[in-house]
Design a protein around this ligand. Structure first.
Ligand code: UD1
Length: 321
């Protein structure tokens, strides 16, 4: 019998790519989203598969979610639905608590109630804070500096506690700077590559906050979807927290040099003051997930950025890992 998996936040950036990975690997998927920040258009590819069931619902609604668990008896859950904006978590700490902590607990308890063994949780590199030694390793003492990071860390702790108490196979994945198609460029706090791509494509100048020498560990959504899929479906996993990253730090000036090749007639970038609270360097150590899942990011940054900026990353989940 084909196994069914639940993906929450299915219509989001990472969610929709993860759904496609699962469908390409012949799993049944039930995708739930309330479309608060997700977009139904992201699921166009998924909707064409008979193995995909779309459910418009709020994951915070435990009664609705219980019915889904009862009906499908999921083999595993990929829990991505969240309040995704760090600035919004400052403005709305109660909502952050509800979406990024209380709901994680509720989904985990439903897993226990319906004997769904595996729960893969979307955590974040934000849990490390700005002072952790580089590269960030999972054993570092986390120093969350936002309500968002605090809730993600607390949710990890709850899940690992349930793992120890009840045998839940909880896998917490700490995503670094994920980029790729379908990332919403709509707010000043959107991922820098979604903003830059949008502006270069529109012939508009980009703004660099600071001197452009700040670095990030940019990981392609194609690789993140594969990490999610492998964590959800591999037979043997080790309950823990894992970085999802490349291990390589890339500066914004290096990023701009690639854009310059792709858009030679683009207006020059404007350099302004650094953002308050901006992290200078962020880079993860990828070895732990590599040991557990044989996972290694496969998309070289130059290639991923070219595909994002000038197209070509459409049918990206047919390749078997
Ligand atoms: C991420 C979060 C951010 C959070 C921070 C700390 C995202 C998209 N952002 O920021 O909300 O506060 O972690 O945990 O997840 N930049 C520009 N020009 C732009 C946009 C950004 O120069 O138009 C710079 C930023 O100042 C930063 C770098 O690009 O130095 C990357 O920015 P961003 O994509 O927002 O990611 P983080 O800084 O890692």
């Amino acid at each position: 019998m084909t196994q069914a998996f639940l993906v929450t936040g299915a219509a989001g950036f990472i969610g929709s790519h993860s759904v496609e990975w699962l469908l390409a690997h012949n799993y049944q998927v039930v995708g739930v989203d309330n479309l608060r920040t997700g977009h139904l258009e992201n699921l166009e590819v998924a909707q064409s598969s008979p193995e995909f069931e779309w459910v418009l619902a709020d994951v915070c609604d435990e009664a609705v979610m219980r019915e889904l668990f009862r009906k499908h008896r999921f083999a595993g859950v990929l829990h991505l639905a969240a309040l995704v904006s760090v600035p919004e978590s400052f403005r709305e700490p109660a909502l952050n608590y509800q979406l990024n902590l209380a709901t994680v607990d509720s989904i985990a308890r439903l897993c226990l109630e319906f004997e769904c063994k595996r729960l893969v949780f979307a955590s974040s590199a934000a849990v490390y804070g700005s002072h952790a030694a580089l590269p960030n390793q999972e054993f570092a003492i986390p120093q969350p500096q936002s309500p968002y990071a605090a809730a993600k860390l607390a949710a990890e702790v709850i899940l690992l506690g349930y793992a120890a108490s009840y045998g839940l196979e909880a896998i917490c994945l700490r995503y670094f700077n994920v980029y790729g198609p379908r990332q919403d460029p709509g707010s000043p706090y959107s991922g820098v590559l979604s903003i830059f791509t949008d502006r270069f494509q529109g012939g508009l100048p980009v703004t660099v906050h600071g001197d452009g020498e700040q670095t990030r560990d940019f990981v392609s959504v194609r690789d993140v979807a594969r990490a999610n899929g492998e964590a959800l479906t591999q037979m043997h996993v080790v309950v823990d927290r894992y970085n999802v990253c490349t291990g390589r730090g890339i500066s914004l000036n290096q990023v701009l040099a690639i854009y310059q090749e792709l858009f030679p007639n683009a207006p020059p970038a404007k350099y302004t003051a650094a953002r308050i609270g901006d992290i200078r360097h962020s880079r993860g150590y990828p070895g732990k997930l590599q040991d557990m899942l044989s996972f290694k990011s496969q998309t070289p940054f130059e290639q991923g950025l070219r595909e994002l900026a000038v197209g070509g990353l459409t049918d990206n989940h047919q390749d078997r890992a």
